[in-house]
Design a protein around this ligand. Sequence first.
Ligand code: ADP
Ligand code: MG
Length: 263
Amino acid sequence: MIEISQLEKIYSTGKDSMIAVKSTNLTIKEGEILGIVGESGSGKSTLGKMIIGLEEPSKGSITYKGQQLWNKQKYNRVQAGEIQTVFQDPQSSLDPRMTVKDIILEPLLAFPKLERKTKGNKERLLQLIKRVGLKEEHLDRYPHEFSGGQRQRIAIARALITDPSFIVLDEPTSALDVSVQAQVLNLLKELQKERNLTYLFISHNMSVIRYMCERVAVMFKGEMVEIGDTKELFENPQHPYTQKLLSSVLTIQKDEDKQSIVL
Ligand code: ADP
Ligand code: MG
């Protein structure tokens, strides 16, 4: 579904520049949940942003179903809503002045054809809001009236309104309490199966990755250092950095740190 080749991102700030993503190759297969794991600052979000069109690659290419996503510094939007995203922090990613209904419907505005097809299609909106675990009366309320978990459900409905095939989930549950986190992860898993979605699932949490992903790629300082089936990678990590990530998970779980999650 997605082919990433020699992809690179260099951020320039004044005189300084830093390589956030180093010459990366990656294939995302249709229907899979591919995890990206790595500590803060390793380039995970930058990679995701280049795929969804929020950051322009410095080098390399990304194709979606064989079509270039970036052409001459322009992001190709012909896929009309096929690629969507859910960010980490539901607080800051939802416009506080918009009602839930307008937030969920907003992505359709970018795609006039889709909008015409679905406008006034209240049934579809109601079905979607119920599917993510919210109620009809929530539609006229504002984001601040909801809990963190509910806000993330709103963000998920918003991502699904265009009927996408591929979703980049960037730390979608990292800001949530452990029990709420498990509920949202289960919802995401169910939706992926029901709708035959493909996910790029970004997380710094190895336990969450193990629960969610069939394959996982490990990023370290902008480089993809290891990629493999999740089970194999957890049982037999090859790269020292992956080994370190895994050993810290075990320590965290023993201490029952609130970061850890046992599903
Ligand atoms: P992660 O999501 O793994 O935490 P990021 O992709 O957000 O990592 O960041 C990778 C590196 O790029 C970090 O060192 C970060 O400080 C830097 N970075 C991210 N966004 C920008 C930006 N807009 N301008 C300059 N540097 C950035
Ligand atoms: Mg990030």
